[in-house]
Design a protein around this ligand. Structure first.
Ligand SMILES: *Cc1c(COP(=O)(O)O)cnc(C)c1O
Length: 378
């Protein structure tokens, strides 16, 4: 698995430009930076955008702790609701929490009081996502009580919402969520409203709606090479390659793979690759008409994908030989298989393909920004 760090930085630059000069970045690096490796991604982005990163975004306290062990001393925001039992650890690691209700605010206050520290949080507003956040309809009614609870114990850094459909062709539902968020912002007590950083946009809302001109944008998938809505294409980032281990000529009638779901109709040449679903190459890809690239040409996957082995038909590529590189995701010559193509064939989304690539695949990083590149990226 190859990961092009220069392309991640290029995609981050495009996200920043779309969001406007005033916006800062909260790159989402949860789930090990969508499977690509959070340590390398954090190092590359923090080197390339020293003044433009407000914080890194994670989902879990343990992920924030990992960034600290790696040496990132800037802000880290934990976006998934944090169970009360993990708040002490969050404070110890110096993390900022996203909070959704009075109970979680009280829990975070108790930790702050016992530590004698003022702890930071962002309040989430639920505008339709439903999984977390204070309902937007309640903000007017409940905000004063929240301010009272927060008192001097906490630092109210921001207010945000999360869009459910910003990558759909129709942006109507996203605009409606945005309107709801603006209503919630307007209902905040003066003093809070002026001090709070506002943010709403994931990748799709950043690229398609300029991040709704907020203070912060929170791109994830676009940084990592996944499309952020119809036709919103980033630079490709991840490539998945395997070497051909065996090549054989088979007569008509030969079968391949568990269940013998494929039978050669005539004489064919099959190449065996040492990669399978144990590496994250989905079984569904074969059923979905999955292809690979060999010597810059598309070849079909034959039969079912096994845990460790996949067979492709190289009848049309006579020069294919053991040791040659076969590309499952990425470019080879003039041909390219994008992660979104693989996702569509597997009837899922690029997020699930990338986060499903398992630790058995070595991550090989290219394009780490040099000092010169960093200067030109700025
Ligand atoms: C994951 C996540 C994002 C990033 O979403 P993408 O669609 O990957 O850009 C933004 N905000 C929150 C709260 C998230 O959990």
């Amino acid at each position: 698995m190859e990961v092009d760090l220069a392309s991640i930085c290029g995609n981050a630059r495009a996200a920043l430009e779309a969001a406007g000069a005033a916006a800062r970045l909260v790159p989402m690096v949860k789930a090990d930076a969508y499977g690509l490796g959070a340590p390398a991604v954090v190092e590359a982005l923090s080197a390339a955008f020293p003044g433009e990163i407000h914080a890194f975004g994670v989902a879990a306290v343990s992920e924030g702790e990992a960034l600290r062990r790696q040496g990132w001393t800037g802000r880290v925001i934990v976006f998934s609701p944090t169970p009360p039992g993990e708040m002490e650890r969050a404070a110890e690691a110096g993390l900022t929490l996203a909070l959704s209700d009075e109970a979680s605010i009280d829990d975070w206050c108790a930790v702050a009081t016992s530590r004698g520290e003022r702890l930071p949080f962002h309040l989430e507003v639920d505008t339709g996502m439903g999984r977390a956040g204070l309902p937007w309809t309640d903000v007017a009614e409940r905000a004063a009580a929240v301010v009272e609870r927060v008192g001097e114990a906490l630092r109210w850094d921001g207010l945000f919402t999360h869009f459910h459909s910003a990558d759909e062709p129709d942006l109507g539902p996203t605009d409606q969520q945005w309107t709801r968020f603006r209503e919630a912002v307007a209902a905040l007590p003066a003093g809070v409203r002026e001090g709070a950083l506002l943010h709403a946009a994931n990748s799709a809302a950043t690229l398609r709606r300029g991040g709704y001109a907020c203070d912060l944008v929170r791109p994830g998938i676009y940084l990592y090479g996944g499309e952020a809505g119809p036709g919103v294409r980033p630079l490709p980032v991840a490539a998945l390659r395997a070497r051909i281990a065996l090549v054989k000529e088979v007569p008509a009638g030969s079968s391949v793979g568990y269940g013998a779901t494929y039978t050669a109709r005539g004489p064919e040449r099959w190449a065996t690759l040492a990669i399978g679903y144990g590496d994250g190459l989905r079984r569904a890809l074969a059923e979905g008409g999955g292809e690979a690239l060999v010597h810059g040409r598309r070849v079909p996957i034959r039969g079912r994908i096994s845990m460790d082995v996949t067979v492709v038909d190289v009848t049309g590529v006579p020069e294919a030989a053991p040791g040659d590189v076969c590309t499952l995701i990425g470019r080879d010559g003039d041909e390219e298989i994008r992660v979104d193509e693989v996702a569509a064939r597997c009837r899922t989304i690029s997020y699930e393909i990338l986060t499903g690539l398992t630790p058995r695949l070595p991550r090989v990083y290219t394009g780490a920004p040099s000092a010169d590149d960093r200067a030109s990226l700025r």
